[in-house]
Design a protein around this ligand. Structure first.
Ligand code: UT7
Length: 371
């Protein structure tokens, strides 16, 4: 029986504190007019001291589980994609696993910068399709405000904090994740990076003095790269799914810059209203931007069950990618479609094992592992 990976729950969590462009103009030499015309961003959210990547991720995950109507104990795998994880290790996903009480889940972090959520969705969907797991929670979560240099107007105006999560579940009904494209070009690694704090440049007073523990970016080069790959990855993922652009109801792009999204729309010859955009209120929340925008699209009725949706993004690495899914909805609303696949698989494997031991017993006179 073919297994499909359906997106059955979604949730977002953003800090309450809003930092407007006018607030930023008090900190660095910039203006609301410059930021809006060059990026489309009006404001972003900033985490409170007691909030962190893990707390925002956990909040988003719990909301997504609630939408899917499943308990944390039913989760087999948690993947957190983040550019601002809590620590180098342990994984933020392990902290989330503990916070939400997912006592039967494996957990790991995935590092693919802003493309991370797409990579993570694809990983989880593959695990579900192979039968290795039934249920996954995929999260994009960030507190980038802790990693930007608040004296660098090239970067500090762009980023914001927040988290978004999807629940993925096995289902025998066709749909869910249909195709994905994952790419990277490490020759562009230095265009967007956080140099210090890893094993290449461990934190020292020198790295701190040089500001190497802050995000560094060559904005123009990243901009050029992004406008090149967004339309290309979208076309590729649509073709891979055996669909055409006309079949796609909504594109949820990485929310980095309105001009990059406009360029993608022009490249694809699609109207602007085919794209979900909310970057004016959250800025660039890296791995979290796509799920946060997707949750809003659902809430506004722009993404409905049966719709074909493309998630497309780019970021440090360099990385880029796209994923096409047929939007589902909570499986709980369609109980007949659930697949208790893994127990059945275990039962079949158990029978096979017993049959083999029986035959081996006939040949050797006893079970080979019997002492
Ligand atoms: O998730 C991926 C993350 N990265 C991105 O998405 C970044 C992609 N790149 C961009 O979005 C754009 O390159 C930026 C928004 C970062 C910059 O826009 P731009 O149109 O490429 O501006 P620019 O870097 O070419 O700078 C133009 C001018 C420069 O002044 P001069 O040299 O022309 O006198 C900058 O110094 O604007 C100046 N500038 C600013 N002025 C006011 C740069 N940042 C600011 C600022 N306020 N915040």
């Amino acid at each position: 029986m073919t297994r499909y990976a359906h997106i059955t729950g979604w949730g977002a969590a953003v800090p309450e504190k809003i930092l407007t462009n006018d607030d930023l103009a008090q900190i660095v030499e910039t203006s609301d007019e410059w930021i809006r015309s060059r990026t489309g961003i009006r404001e972003r959210r900033i985490a409170a001291p007691e909030e962190s990547t893990a707390t925002l991720a956990s909040e988003a995950a719990l909301k997504a589980l609630e939408v899917a109507s499943i308990s944390p104990s039913q989760v087999d795998l948690i993947i957190v994609a983040s550019s601002s994880p809590e620590y180098l290790f342990p994984a933020t996903a392990c902290l989330v696993q503990d916070h939400i009480g997912a006592d039967k889940a494996g957990a790991f972090d995935l590092s693919a910068a802003c493309t991370g959520f797409i990579y993570a969705l694809n990983m989880a969907a593959s695990q579900i399709r192979t039968g290795a797991i039934d249920t996954a929670v995929v999260i994009g979560a960030e507190t980038l405000s802790r990693l930007v240099n608040w004296e660098d107007r090239n970067t500090c105006i762009l980023f914001g904090d927040g988290a978004g999560a999807f629940v993925l579940q096995a289902c025998e009904e066709p749909g869910g994740v249909m195709s994905a494209v994952m790419r990277s070009d490490g020759s562009g690694a230095k265009l967007l990076m956080l140099p210090a704090g890893g094993s290449r440049y461990p934190a020292t007073t020198e790295t701190v003095r040089k500001g190497m523990h802050y995000i560094q970016m060559s904005g123009r080069e990243v901009f050029r790269f992004a406008t090149r790959v967004m339309a290309q990855a979208t076309r590729e993922v649509v073709e891979k799914a055996g669909l055409t652009l006309e079949d796609v109801n909504l594109i949820v792009p990485h929310q980095a810059n309105q001009r990059i999204i406009d360029a993608a729309a022009r490249g694809l010859k699609l109207p602007a209203d085919r794209f979900m955009v909310n970057l004016e209120r959250y800025g660039n929340t890296s791995t979290a931007s796509i799920p946060i925008a997707a949750v809003e699209a659902v809430e506004k009725g722009r993404l409905r069950p049966g719709d074909h949706v493309v998630f497309v993004g780019f970021g440090g690495g360099l990385t880029w990618g796209a994923l096409l899914a047929q939007w589902s909805g909570p499986l709980a609303e369609r109980p007949a479609r659930r697949v208790p696949e893994i127990p059945r698989l275990h039962r079949a494997r158990g029978l096979m094992r017993r049959a083999r031991r029986f035959v081996e017993g006939l040949i050797w006179g006893r079970y080979p592992d019997e002492k």
